[in-house]
Design a protein around this ligand. Sequence first.
Ligand SMILES: Nc1ncnc2c1ncn2[C@@H]1O[C@H](COP(=O)(O)OP(=O)(O)O)[C@@H](O)[C@H]1O
Ligand SMILES: [Mg+2]
Length: 386
Amino acid sequence: MAKQGGPSPMDVDVAAALLPPSSRFTAQQKGKGKVGTVRPGVGEKGGPWVEKYRPTSLSDVAAHKDIVETIDRLTGENKLPHLLLYGPPGTGKTSTILAVARKLYGIQFQNMILELNASDDRGIDVVRQQVQDFASTQSICFGTRANVKLVILDEADAMTKDAQFSLRRIIEKYTRNTRFCLICNYVSKIIPALQSRCTRFRFAPLDAKNISNRLRYVIEQEGLDVTDTGLSAVVRLSNGDMRKALNILQSTQMSSPHVSEEAVYLCTGSPMPKDIEQIAYWLLNESFVTAYQTFVFTKKTLPIFDKGKGVSQMKTLKGLALVDIVRELHPFVFCISMPAVVRVPLINALADIEYRLAFGTSEKLQLGALLSAFTHARSSLVAAAK
Ligand SMILES: Nc1ncnc2c1ncn2[C@@H]1O[C@H](COP(=O)(O)OP(=O)(O)O)[C@@H](O)[C@H]1O
Ligand SMILES: [Mg+2]
């Protein structure tokens, strides 16, 4: 598939799109840490969808249109600067740079990039050696449009400071025939000297519309049975992380072929909005004892959910984690109308409980704390009304 003559920017993508799916994914495999090794899971039947539906060209990358256009223009004019891509996980940073590489080098892109990520040893020596070996050789790649090589340092924020300092020098030394692309979640962990050598692009969390459009495409390709509420549940739980969205969709689809809202929440173990509503109702209306119910008793002897038997029973029967309940209750408290003097201590109490749960404290005691916080809020409400 080596191209002759003057290839147009579209050549690669069109040719790749025409291949049968299995060979298409093989063509997209790429090295990790070395040039030309195979990324596991890609191209296997039934492999993870995050790899199967990784955007192959820049036009497939959902959202970030301005970033993609800018990078696209720079690669088109062969003026690629050193790049620094940062932002939360699952927003398309790695996919974007791989699409750029594919556009620049076509089918030979595996020979022209060096990808190092946090799982590779990236101490000062390794960076010096590997990057120098790769960057110092002239590219002998025919048929590609670009004559610069590309070094991708994924998860660069996990690199030691020393390695980052040594990289500063290497970047300058090999600028003539190599471009570097640093990818990280936290830009503040990259030393300023490196930041100033790169053009920075921030990948924000994807908005709901872009996620659901991309999910719809996957649903269509896989021929899935997904309800509208199921789809919006996946979008809501993903929080702008496309990787998480695809993983939730795939695991839910494996556990139940009919992907409904309930199936999604069951699969991820997150509390359903209606459960949270019910719990909030108990917390605000039932007496302390009714709401609490004895944890052990309900767990052992009441196999069927008995309405009005309290939070602990709901928690036990549905297998909900208290920390999830607390997190979901938090926005709920903002929706209920109550005076600030009541709301403020309640929010504070929820934050404290969440903090304590993060350190692995007893759920039973924290459940008690949650109920006391609400009981307290109720008595303040009554006092405020008088
Ligand atoms: N903007 C996007 N458009 C389409 N798919 C995306 C996008 N961002 C992430 N994905 C999906 O999520 C997976 C992980 O994306 P990746 O680029 O590795 O994220 P990260 O930003 O963490 O490097 C990809 O395989 C792809 O399927
Ligand atoms: Mg990544």
